[in-house]
Design a protein around this ligand. Sequence first.
Ligand SMILES: C[S@@+](CC[C@H](N)C(=O)[O-])C[C@H]1O[C@@H](n2cnc3c(N)ncnc32)[C@H](O)[C@@H]1O
Length: 251
Amino acid sequence: MHPYSEAYYRRELQRMSAVRPMVLGSLVVSRESGPRPGDGYMYVETRRTMLRDVPVLRLDGEVWMSLTPMEVQSTFMAIQLAHGRVGTAGLGLGYFVQRALEKPEVESVIVYELNDDVLQLYRRTFGVHPKLELHHANARLLEGEQWDFFYADFYRHLLTPQAIDDMAALSSANLIGSYHWWSIEQTVLEALHAGLADRLPRWMLDAYLPFLRLFAQHARSRTVQLFGCGAALVEELERHGLGRRNSFVQA
Ligand SMILES: C[S@@+](CC[C@H](N)C(=O)[O-])C[C@H]1O[C@@H](n2cnc3c(N)ncnc32)[C@H](O)[C@@H]1O
């Protein structure tokens, strides 16, 4: 199903129906309704429809995860690519984890989450699963681990250069088959827009151009949202030896 379709979004929202309003320490989960946000994933949303009963996670009063169309669209590729022994940080509402656990090609999901209340929320909402391990840990300190696929989503903002620093550090301290960070598709789009596709590593183009083609079909009648940071992101990749010439990660 198309990740930008309304049917896909409704199905994903339905899949998270177990998430109930809850307060745990500094964590607050609510279910909220309101006008559809103006941000889609990589496009500007102009439809004026309402969203209903959307799970929202706040930590210390700040929104860390909510199941808006943008979050669902931007998690699509992580779910698609997950296979084998999957590592992920952080847990949030557990949306990615729930979806990855459903996949037969996923053997196990090992979660690293900084906030113990978030781990409690997951246990209370979804219980245990034979393929799942939950760890209370700072993802930036992980070393000596091994995963076929690692999904880094411990960010509040899209396109943070910190995600590239984290990839470089985690990839040199651990053995990782393929690495995906939240909003990597938009990193590729920004680099293409800046005319710098030839400086991206081959694995990034192979993995994400198919998604960008899907996006282009959807975006035809919409405004694409670009931040113009392609050159800075490509330079950040190159600074860490992750550019085309020195790429050491192969998908
Ligand atoms: C955006 S949410 C993750 C959403 C999740 N992918 C989902 O599908 O629901 C980010 C999570 O990362 C956690 N986090 C932040 N910094 C972290 C770190 N250094 N190590 C591990 N987890 C961290 C936060 O507590 C939060 O639960």
